[in-house]
Design a protein around this ligand. Sequence first.
Ligand code: PMP
Ligand code: GLU
Length: 395
Amino acid sequence: MEHRISTRVRDIAPSATVSVDTKTKALLKEGRPVINMSVGEPDFDTPVATAYAGIRAIVEGNTRYTATTGTLELRQAIARKLMTENGLQYAPEQIVVSSGAKHSLFNIFLAICDPGDEVILPAPYWVSYPEQIRLAGATPVVVDCSEAAGFKLTPQQLEQAITPRTKAVLLNSPSNPTGAVYHREELVALGHVLERHDVFVVTDEIYEKLVYDVEHLSIAALVPELMPRTIVVNGFSKAFAMTGWRLGYMAGPTDVVKAVASLQSHATGNPSSISQAAGVVALATYEDRMVRMFRQRRDVLVSALQAMDGVTCALPEGAFYVFPNVSAHFGKRLGEQAIPNAVAFCEALLEDELVAAVPGDAFGAPNHIRLSYATSLEQIETAIERMSRFVRKLH
Ligand code: PMP
Ligand code: GLU
């Protein structure tokens, strides 16, 4: 056997966000007082009513296969949510519930991409997009969105990136890792470019509830001509603190939905019946108690980073990440140890000061690091002290 592992999988890198988190959780288990700002996971518990809905599903025997695409009850609840909150009209038959939004995205790329197809991917991007696009045989066409433009794709950049091979454009607002949120006029301008090109728009709106003083808007609600080509992705992990339940969904045009349903029927079948029952209650009982806390944490963290030696940091308008530029420190040393890049910076920060962050390389922005503020204010304050001490030690 020349190669035991397929080329398809050999060529992808494991998820950096997941691997830093795994390493950090192992250190915590050993009793090391690490502050985990690596992974995008709310520190809140799943709301009690939702948790009990899961327990009830188990004890009442709601533990069998459901329809592959999810129960009608859950898809009806999602359709109502998309209508009332996002101004998007989808029938329950246009929705597929999957085992997390990550799974929904993977299904979508597999269902729409052929080898040779291109998917336009604005950078900084969430770590799993390029690998999922490659796994589907397509090519991610990375478009660098500058810090000066708020890390957002401009209509000119979009126009230039579209070729006859473009199959889809990926939008993620609020963004992981930058927290950038597209405003109404920006989405409308992108929409006008997209109207002229027959490509899919895959819009990942998983952080929609986490916006600070701005509105979350969905592109197809603003430019309805795009509706037949738009695929909306969302999930329960962030807004409902349900990362471990693995529940996400997509809504889109009927042909794509049918293809995704068929694919899912062979790959995983339905998402957990227990999680689905909890999801219905989660949608019915949502409270935005997290948003105020996240905003306070963001403000504390960003002002501290802005005051830190050799660090610049924009104020993000959404999600729970900050994405500071630490490149002024590259080329320095910590004692004898060289810090040539963000990977070394994050490794040294973890080893020396026990703060876990993710290097920007994972998101296509190697001058930056990503810190998640989905952790308590107290932990954030300690992390700030540790980071300030860390950058002062670099020479
Ligand atoms: N999209 C984005 C932008 C994310 O940050 C994540 C990470 N949680 C996901 C999708 C996937 O989330 P999940 O699979 O937990 O629903
Ligand atoms: N999306 C979160 C993050 O970026 C969770 C981990 C993952 O699935 O990548 O940290």
